[in-house]
Design a protein around this ligand. Structure first.
Ligand code: FAD
Ligand code: PYC
Length: 417
């Protein structure tokens, strides 16, 4: 039987933060969870929520080495879109966009999804050809995307320096109107609260240090900084740290980890009606509901587990932003930070089974997994519950790197890294 102290129950009732955790008092061994999820970011919490709400599996623990959403989920620039080139990606990311549309209602928590549009700027002939190819491919997949001329861009986003004398003039752009933003920490809290209400245990400050396997090779427990926790199935959703965690089960992953940075300005009155992205000058910008300009930079050029990044990367991005939007030149930046993203060779995620019985993995979202959070959790929950991949997840299996069935979104992801 699980027993909690009165203090811990209070903490659970009031959504307690770090240090306010359920404490085991029973001398008997803890019962095995049906599913242990490693990582309480948006994807891990969404997986737990859909396992409980759609598959009736409620004996779940989500283990987090830090705090809820303290990884990339709480560090990203919140861009949501599904304008990917390949059919498999369009299916996956648009599945997510459809779930975003009803997510606040599904969780009874306002995630502030705002489909204000994502505009990708073209600065040269190659950009024009590449983005028009995206527009056509997206439309064939039923994903909205449209081409805007420079005049149309200037009318839509007056702050942009469309006709100025600049190194990289704006020659057009692709606009996905259903794309937009959401409040990232609300996504973590919304999924956590809804999963908790269905009986899921969310245990913070609980770092997984080993994965234990039985004589048959199947998973049977995790060792953590808070003791051993037995598990019938384990889902690894530990972005940035996936290789380390999967290494605990002797599975080598085709991943590299890089720092990726973002920053926000002091708040100002509304001036950006949509998200603006530019690959060529390497910057993207939107405005939060508080009024801050949210600016994203590129990844560092070398692998690292640091949650900061090189200063020269942000400097380069700010130079680019000042050229795109000269009116913001004298603004102050309030804060900057980094996250660790794990990147696959084809820049598409890995979702599915692993060579270890009972061990499942969801990773490799690189610089672009926030937008996928609901879809990723939804298809991963199905995959764990049934033991076979959801049809949308199937092309993203780990064995594609052996079979060579890559989904090469590296350039096609239309994002500046
Ligand atoms: P995370 O939120 O990182 O969760 C993984 C969790 O696992 C972490 O909380 C971590 O502490 C935990 N963990 C790791 N190891 C262990 C362990 N041993 N034991 C227990 N817990 C462990 N994507 C977009 O779509 N749009 C964007 O605009 C965008 N901008 C970005 C900007 C920046 C600066 C960054 C860093 C990323 C951006 N991304 C964006 C990418 C996006 O943030 C990620 O792909 C997504 O949030 C991944 O979610 P997750 O739940 O898988 O990972
Ligand atoms: O995938 O749209 C994206 C993105 C923007 C910034 C980082 N990733």
């Amino acid at each position: 039987m699980q027993k909690f102290s009165a203090l811990a129950l209070l903490a659970k009732a009031f959504g307690g933060h770090q240090g306010w955790q359920p404490q085991w008092r029973s001398p008997e061994p803890k019962p095995a969870y049906d599913v242990v999820i490693i990582g309480a970011g948006g994807h891990g919490l969404a997986t737990a929520f859909y396992l409980a709400s759609e598959h009736g599996i409620r004996n779940i623990a989500v283990l987090e080495k830090g705090w809820l959403g303290g990884g990339n989920t709480g560090r990203n620039t919140t861009i949501i879109r599904s304008n990917y080139l390949f059919d498999e990606s369009a299916a996956l990311y648009d599945h997510a966009v459809k779930l975003w549309e009803g997510l606040s209602q599904a969780l009874n928590y306002n995630v502030m999804y705002s489909p204000r549009g994502v505009l990708m700027l073209a600065h040269n002939i190659h950009d024009i050809q590449s983005f028009k190819r995206h527009v056509h491919a997206n439309r064939l997949n039923g994903v909205d995307n449209e081409w805007l001329t420079p005049d149309e861009i200037q009318a839509f986003v007056p702050a942009l320096n469309v006709f100025g004398k600049v190194r990289y003039p704006i020659l057009g752009g692709a606009l996905q109107r259903r794309g937009g933003t959401a409040r990232h920490d609300a996504v973590a809290w919304g999924y956590a609260r809804a999963a908790d209400a269905l009986g899921v245990d969310i245990i913070q400050n609980c770092e997984v240090t080993a994965i234990r396997r039985g004589a048959d090779g199947a998973v049977e427990a995790v060792e953590t900084s808070r003791g051993t926790i037995r598990a019938k199935k384990i889902g690894v959703v530990a972005a940035g740290n996936t290789s380390v965690v999967m290494g605990m089960a002797d599975v080598r992953m085709p991943l590299e980890s890089y720092p990726l940075q973002a920053l926000v300005s002091e708040p100002i009155k509304p001036m950006f009606p949509c998200v603006v992205m530019s690959n060529t000058i390497h910057a993207y910008i939107s405005q939060s509901d508080k009024g801050e300009l949210v600016i994203g930079a590129g990844t560092d050029a070398y692998t690292s587990y640091s949650q900061t990044g090189g200063l020269h990367i942000t400097t380069h991005t700010l130079d680019a932003i000042c050229e795109l939007v000269p009116t913001v030149r004298r603004m102050r930046m309030l804060r900057n930070w980094g996250g660790i993203v794990d990147v696959t060779p084809d820049r598409s995620p890995i979702i599915g089974l692993t060579p270890v019985p009972g061990l499942f993995v969801n990773c490799g979202w690189g610089t672009g997994g926030f937008k996928a959070t609901p879809g990723s959790g939804h298809v991963f929950a199905h995959t764990i519950a049934r033991g076979t991949p959801h049809e949308i997840a199937a092309p993203f299996a780990l064995d594609r790197f052996k079979a060579g069935r890559l989904i090469d979104e590296a350039a096609a992801a239309a994002v500046a890294h």
